[in-house]
Design a binder for this molecule. Sequence first.
Ligand SMILES: O=C(O)CCC(=O)C(=O)O
Length: 277
Amino acid sequence: MLDKFHYDQFRQQGYVVVPNFVTDSLVEQARERFDPLFRGEFETGIQPDEWNWQHGKSDPSLTRQICNGWKADRTIARLVLSQEVGKDCALLMNWDGSRINQDNVIWKPAGAKPLGFHQDNTYQQWIDPPSMVTCWLALDDTHPDGGTIEYVTGSHNWPVSSELHGFHAPEDYHEGLHSAAESLGVAEYEIVQLKVNAGDAVFHHGGTWHGSGSNRTENPRRSVVAHCMNSESRHHPTNLSPIYSRYKKQNSLELDESFFPVLWHKNGHRTAFLDRD
Ligand SMILES: O=C(O)CCC(=O)C(=O)O
């Protein structure tokens, strides 16, 4: 359960670590799902929305990513669609409720390359308001030389950049950050490389600059990420996402709960199918 310390840290830093958020047994179960998922063995029979690395086809030096693994795998769904994730996301943002925007399953094996620095809200122009909050769940202990997640403290107060820089394996993974800081005239900023344990959660604001470097250790760095939005969010009428606007109904801006379920609402609502066996 979050307390004043967590709210204060989130407000000041743009991120906050919540230790022991996931049980050891669920961490272990989730780790076991990575291999089948990236081999294209989907437990539910449904493909994820994005599948950026495929076993036997993709460059082994890249960090592997799947988006909306919850549609393909029940263990990933258990992690990212939990009531606790939704409630904490909503409370940290002072929203009445939250719903899933998308999840990420991220596998950075030994030697794998970086993910470029960005603000999540840059990618959210297809929803209104274009804003989200993230619960990043560590499935391995992380280290500064192991490609851990890095944050720029306080950068959630910077304006949201509209520039898109490379996300997968950019030459310089800090490039987007440096370019944004320069154009804003921010000369000094602190990049924090988080050291957390498997089972810990890190919540970050959609405006917080973050990314991760190469994994220079012998061990994998795996994480599962729940990106949540305000439960009252709508599709944007004209800005389209080639992937996620496919779920927009004709003549309506409503976000369909079948694809963007409500995880928690202060009025007690939670999308019904989430708790069916
Ligand atoms: O896990 C990482 O290295 C990056 C994750 C990320 O970009 C995110 O959670 O928004």
